[in-house]
Ligand binder design. Structure first.
Ligand code: PLP
Length: 397
């Protein structure tokens, strides 16, 4: 694997859930669509047709990644956030005569939660289901929450902070029996664990390029044929008149190539990542006292380690690790300007202090056992130092 920028500085990047670097193969695939084949896919002439063919090939690659039989069910968007917005608003506005009730969970990404808050202002009612101590949604709770007015259930496939993988296939059966649409945010799972729209029983599914070594600013919404949904972006006839605007051709082509490679490498990468995940978890929990793993012990993303460190805040841990060249996340992003505790960790019944003292390590393609070694050199003394000056510490370290 070609060296990444920053590798010469021996920087350890353990924040792959925030974003991934673009793979060299993806850049190679996308580049000609900036330089040579820069046509508009809507044009009839040769330039347009080269771009059109590339967009359609990418559509097939993304369809294959998520097991969609018909590539026309893939609609390119500007990313995961737009796909989530579209699924929720599109279903809500197209089906309001049928009902105004939406079911989701308390641990969704902000792209879902803020859209739900917006829809509440538009007259919709949203049920935010609680989760158990591992961050798991109970399918029976979903079933019991369905009312005659329910039009949509949206539950994420796996959580971006704690990695818990939800029982979407079970929820899919409930949704189908109730005649309610099901959407899942699969941004953290597509390309990382098996994702198959028919096995999951979903009507809509969101994916994003930059979480699977593709470019930023490109994603897709899978919409099962026959689903009644309004467009979000109005204008030209692109994307089967469902998502207007001249296509981001290089982004789409890069996303398609990234999806193709992710699908081919998924089993091997997941196994490799799981070994790193379990080893780091074991070492932290056995070396540093007063720590706990957040999220489900087994039903979790292969690359996610989320640990609470008692008596300390996540932000100084994050900043101290950064000074030592180790990039990790606290809350939902290391940049988190607000000192507020993560809504996900609070939903798992952590105290605000425990939630604020949590760090997320996420592995990826360029992660190695040497990264764990580096973390275990720096992290224990960092925690000890921060606890020594912590007003929260109760004669333990
Ligand atoms: C990153 C992420 C998103 C947002 O995707 P963008 O492409 O960055 O807009 C949505 N949901 C989840 C679970 C994510 O991890």
């Amino acid at each position: 694997m070609k060296a990444l920028k920053g590798e010469d500085l021996k920087r350890v990047y353990l924040d792959y859930a925030a974003t991934t670097p673009v793979r060299p193969e993806v850049i190679e695939a996308a580049l000609p669509f900036f330089t040579e084949d820069w046509g508009n896919p809507s044009s009839i002439h040769a330039f347009g047709q080269a771009a059109r063919a590339a967009v359609e090939e990418a559509r097939g690659q993304v369809a294959a990644l998520i097991g969609a039989k018909n590539k026309e069910e893939i609609y390119f968007t500007s990313g995961g956030t737009e796909a989530d917005n579209w699924a929720l608003k599109g279903i809500a506005f197209a089906n309001r005569e049928r009902g105004n009730h939406i079911i989701t969970s308390r641990i969704e990404h902000h792209a879902i939660l803020e859209t739900c808050h917006y829809l509440e202002k538009q007259g919709f009612t949203v049920m935010y289901l609680p989760v158990d101590q591992y961050g798991m949604v109970d399918p029976d709770a979903v079933k019991n929450a369905v009312t005659p007015k329910t039009i949509l259930i949206s539950i994420m496939h796996a959580n971006n902070e704690v990695g818990t993988i939800q029982p979407i296939a079970e929820i899919g059966k409930i949704a189908r029996n109730a005649g309610v649409y099901l959407h899942t945010d699969a941004v953290q799972t597509a390309g990382h664990i098996p994702v198959e729209v028919n096995a999951l029983g979903v009507d809509m599914l969101s994916v994003s390029g930059h979480k699977l070594y593709g470019p930023k600013g490109i994603g897709a919404l899978y919409i099962r044929q026959g689903v009644k949904i309004e467009p979000l972006i109005h204008g030209g006839a692109q994307e089967n008149s469902m998502r207007a605007g001249t296509e981001n051709v290089p982004g789409i082509v890069g996303f398609g190539r990234a999806a193709e490679l992710a699908a081919a490498e998924q089993p091997g990468e997941a196994a490799r990542s799981t070994a790193l995940r379990d080893e780091l978890t074991r070492q932290i929990l056995s070396t540093i006292k007063n720590t706990r793993l957040n999220g489900h012990p087994e039903k979790r993303l292969p690359n996610n380690v989320n640990i609470s460190f008692d008596f300390v805040e996540g932000e100084p841990i994050c900043l101290n690790l950064d000074l030592a060249g180790i990039c990790v996340a606290t809350g939902s992003a290391c940049s988190s300007e607000s000192a507020e505790a993560s809504h996900v960790l609070l939903a798992l019944d952590l105290t605000p202090a425990q939630a604020r003292g949590s760090i997320r390590f996420t592995f990826g393609k360029w992660s190695t056992p040497a990264d764990i070694k580096k973390v275990m050199e720096i992290l224990p003394p960092t925690i000890a130092r921060l606890r020594a000056i912590s007003p929260l510490v109760k004669n333990t370290r």
